[in-house]
Design a protein around this ligand. Sequence first.
Ligand code: FAD
Length: 395
Amino acid sequence: GKPKVVIIGGGAGGATAARYIAKDAGDAIDVTLIEANPTYTTCFFSNLYLGGYRTFESITHSYDTLASNYGITVVNGYAQAIDRAAKSVTMADGSKVDYDRLIVAPGIDLIWDSVPGYSEEAAEIMPHSWKAGPQTKLLKAKLDAIENGQQIVMVAPPNPYRCPPGPYERVSMFAHVLKEKGFTDSKITIIDPKPKFSKQALFQEGWDKHYPGMIEWYGPDVHGGIASVDPASGQVETDLDTFQGDLVNVIPAQKAGMIAASAGLANESGFCAIDPYSMRSKVDDNVFVIGDACIAGDMPKSGFSANSQAKVAAMAVRGDLIDSKVFPAKYSNTCWSLIESNDGVKVGAQYAATDEKIASTSKFISQTGEDNATRQETYEESVGWYEGITTDIFG
Ligand code: FAD
């Protein structure tokens, strides 16, 4: 029969890989995409949903086109285990899916106890919203319920985590909503385990300009370290202080999606080592790991990165299975963030494979003090990017 490719995870990485293999290999490869959820809500632009710029429907995508237009078998279910010796994936319902090549793209799982007191149950009161879906809606409902004078606290995540500027874009969107309602007595406090963060100068300039006095950011030298959270009281304890939030958004530490570790693909870092030239797993030649679950050198964990890595893996898989030509790996990424209406900023880079890692070859970042027209252009660019990448992922 035809060679079989199985992809675990229908997110930015996995769905792109499925589509590119099916599209470029025509009928020559059998492509199966395993995804736990019936639809996919993007984390990218989920902050814009919180800010009121997007509807939930507009950030939610279906797998129908991948099935109908590309002949991909979409299996809606949870992949429980990988038998790498037998080259077979066992689903939660006990059924098995065999492969010749496997692409693992499960995204992240949260390390609940990285913040003492936090748990999956606590997330119903202190949402993380770091996986999009019901958590995103919960955070939006809690944000919209804030009354003037009530306080918001964010516990930011340690490195490495998905979307380095994401927490700070989110805080900007919180502030936008409060400002629009005239809630000048409410404040947002960020308790950060990191001494610095992505696009910090740009965010802090924007916060001073648009939301003066509304946002306080505390690094570890100020708060002394995050000690615990208490969902019942809304308290966040640090080594030096206690913070009180009517809305507390806890974003814990992260690791590769569970299946990666259970299949022995992750190392002690919690993420999966890959060959920078192909995205092939360092521990199994028949397996590729892409997106947030992999160790991508200089690339940040982003949807843009996952989509870029997926194309390299798709090319390598076609090379393996049907001898199609394999070109040198090239990667790129841009992370846009919205600070206030029409005030968009970005950071990005191009990358190439070296023996050691995926290494950046050139970089760019928005500048402080840019004029309004430039910032509006950057925002509009991000809107175009969203339309483009979601079509590239889902067809
Ligand atoms: P995911 O997109 O998470 O996909 C993984 C999929 O695998 C999920 O659908 C999951 O259900 C499925 N899955 C996992 N395990 C299994 C299993 N065992 N069986 C079946 N299915 C399984 N990136 C950007 O580029 N730009 C942005 O502006 C941006 N903004 C962001 C804002 C926020 C608030 C957040 C949280 C993230 C943002 N990101 C952004 C990052 C981006 O969402 C992720 O980096 C990207 O989704 C990673 O893609 P992935 O394919 O690795 O994982």
